[in-house]
Design a protein around this ligand. Structure first.
Ligand code: DAT
Length: 176
């Protein structure tokens, strides 16, 4: 649903480490759309509440974050990146991409990032159980949810190219 947007809003989701930031940065450069890293915005706008000792990370104040994001999303032209997707309003997004990575590669990427123990295990399990893909399919119309492999630099390049083509087609369809 594009509402009255003159440019589309794209959601890029997936388990931490699958390549969301790297992909979105390249996409933003290639398309000129604005890259919104939701974790960073949450930090910058004080949307993180008390620390959860079990998960070793702060708890997200979802309502406050949605209020922060709403005006930015209303105008369209955003590439939104987050390792969750079911608390955003469905109407915000024209298309949803779920990046996927082989669990052995993901394990190595997250180890390099300094994850260990329970945090490492749970994130790799999240990918094995395709938690984010199921979450996206549950929250958005299945026709707009696309799974993209993100194991190699070539695949990342293909993904960026594919999304750029989708943006171009959207503009033609909407007379932009
Ligand atoms: P995320 O934003 O999903 O947490 P990231 O973009 O920070 O992930 O990537 C994590 C690391 O993995 C980073 O060092 C880049 C590398 N990486 C990501 N996607 C890749 C791919 N398709 N091929 C090779 N390396 C990739």
């Amino acid at each position: 649903m594009s509402e009255n947007r003159t440019l589309p809003n794209i959601l890029v989701t997936g388990t931490p480490g699958v390549g969301k930031s790297t992909t979105c940065e390249q996409l933003s450069e290639a398309t000129g759309l604005r890259w919104l890293n939701v974790s960073e915005i949450a930090r910058e706008t004080d949307c993180l509440d008390e620390f959860d000792p079990q998960y070793g990370c702060p708890v997200l104040n979802e309502d406050k974050l949605l209020d922060e994001l709403e005006p930015r999303l209303a105008t369209g032209g955003n590439i939104v990146e987050y390792h969750g997707c079911d608390f955003f309003p469905e109407r915000w997004f024209d298309i949803v991409f779920v990046l996927r990575t082989d669990n052995k590669l993901l394990y190595d990427r997250l180890t390099k990032r300094g994850y260990s123990g329970k945090k490492l295990e749970e994130n790799v399990q999240c990918e094995i159980f395709q938690t984010l893909l199921d979450e996206a399919r549950g929250a958005y119309s299945n026709e707009i949810v696309h799974e993209l492999p993100s194991n190699t630099p070539d695949q990342m390049e293909e993904n960026v190219e594919r999304i750029c083509q989708w943006v171009s087609a959207w503009k033609v369809d909407h007379g932009v």
